[in-house]
Design a protein around this ligand. Structure first.
Ligand code: C6P
Length: 407
């Protein structure tokens, strides 16, 4: 059965508009995905009918809001195949999820002389929190090198591992290049030396089937907005025993069991890490994004996106002056490239004039760009609602630009 692209596109009202007089082609999905009607309607429905604070009210609306909020937690648990809903913590996004681990796990378990391993592929939000922690604690940050294709060098990673390694924090799929890291092998090797592993799943969660129990990662962080859900909402998964051993993140309401001026005791997980009134409406709407993905199935979505990437490569690789960046064997649907003789930003502006939305620049991966000797790239990232005819328009636009500069 062919992928029901027309039916899917009907679910995304935003796609049906013109930009600069041309039909919008949205290829900036790694930055954020568009939202299906069901998510937008759930958000509206919450504020029209159910709005109330959760976990504390003695009235019907509070009961309803609490129930819907906790239903999303269970939906997330199932989505990443966690063992229990208590292992799911709602945050503001991947960035906050990683910072939460740095502030709590890091403050308690990382000491002077300890080592944290990341890779050259990391987004800034999986670099800076660890630099801050290392500076505070006198710990050391080690970086796994990559090859020219944008793949980590596994044997170099193994050399970095030692009893001093307390944490390996690594991106599952690179936002800048699309590389899928061999995370199962990384996790197994890190566990051999007793280190915990955090996976930055910001990009993998929308494309790959995630099974945190099978992966055996200790933490998994991702953002709802890259998964057809609302902005300002993220998830931190942690294994129960690891979360229970960690001190709380922020202090305030919800995260306490009992407060007195002499002593405060803390709530159980996940509430210990959800201080204050959370992002209730967006959490409730997020369940509908997960249901949207579930209704088509990750496998079918990935197959469709892989086909789009292969088609883009087929059309563009023969074009003189087209330089792909990131040619890993295993990739999610990210096409990063440069055109000889053109600044990536100028390419982005010219594609925008044709209605094609891409991201240009360093993609919050400055050390990676430095390693590749680039200022930045043009990045087209594909999602469930993109079509082959849109890929043809991209290829046409890029080919025109390349021809001008590469006669
Ligand atoms: N990458 C991109 O255009 P937040 O902003 O917290 O939702 O996600 C941060 C983040 C962390 N890790 C990876 C691998 C990411 O791709 C991102 C977000 C966007 O590539 C915005 S910079």
């Amino acid at each position: 059965m062919s992928f029901p692209i027309d039916q899917i596109r009907k679910e995304f009202p935003i796609l049906h508009q013109e930009v600069h007089g041309k039909p919008l082609i949205y290829f900036d999905n790694a930055a954020t995905t568009q939202k299906p009607k069901s998510v937008i309607e759930a958000l509206e429905g919450y504020y029209l009918h159910d709005n109330a604070n959760i976990h504390r009210g003695a009235h019907a609306l509070a009961d309803r809001s609490t129930r819907y909020y906790e239903e999303t937690r269970v939906a997330v648990q199932e989505f990443i195949r966690a063992k229990e809903p208590e292992e799911i913590i709602f945050t503001k996004g991947t960035t906050e999820s990683i910072n939460l681990v740095a502030y709590t796990f890091g403050r308690k378990f990382i000491q002077a002389g300890d080592e944290i391993i990341i890779s050259t592929l990391e987004h800034h939000s999986n670099i800076v929190p660890w630099q801050m922690l290392c500076e505070e604690k006198g710990a050391n940050l080690k970086v796994i090198p990559i090859n020219e294709a944008g793949e980590i060098l596994f044997e170099e990673f193994e050399k970095l591992l030692s009893p001093k390694t307390k944490l390996v924090s690594i991106v599952h799929a690179s936002n800048a290049l699309g590389t899928i890291n061999p995370v199962k092998e990384i996790i197994a090797a890190a566990h051999q030396v007793g280190a915990k592993v955090l996976l930055d799943g910001a990009q993998s969660s929308s494309h790959l089937e995630i099974d945190v129990q099978d992966l055996d990662c200790d933490f998994f962080a991702f953002s709802a907005h890259k998964l057809y859900g609302p902005t300002g909402l993220g998830v931190l998964y942690g294994k129960r025993e690891v979360l229970e051993a960690m001190p709380p993140f922020q202090g305030g309401g919800e995260m306490i069991k009992e407060v007195s001026f002499e002593k405060t005791t803390y709530n159980e997980i996940p509430f210990k890490f959800e201080a204050g009134t959370p992002n209730i409406g967006d959490v409730i709407a997020f369940k509908h994004a997960l249901e949207f993905i579930g209704s088509y199935g990750k496998k079918a979505i990935k197959a469709h996106e892989d086909e789009l990437l292969a088609y883009a490569n087929e059309l563009l690789l023969p074009v003189k002056g087209f330089n792909p960046v990131g040619t890993a064997e295993k990739k999610v649907s990210v096409l990063s490239f440069n055109i000889n003789g053109m600044h990536p930003f100028d390419v982005g502006v010219m594609l925008d004039a044709k209605g094609i939305a891409v991201r240009t620049g360093h993609h919050c991966t400055q050390p990676l760009m430095k390693r590749l000797g680039l200022e930045g790239t043009v990045r087209a990232s594909f999602a469930v609602y993109n079509s082959k005819s849109e890929i043809e328009k991209l290829a046409e636009g890029v080919t025109q630009l390349a021809r001008i500069k590469n006669k």
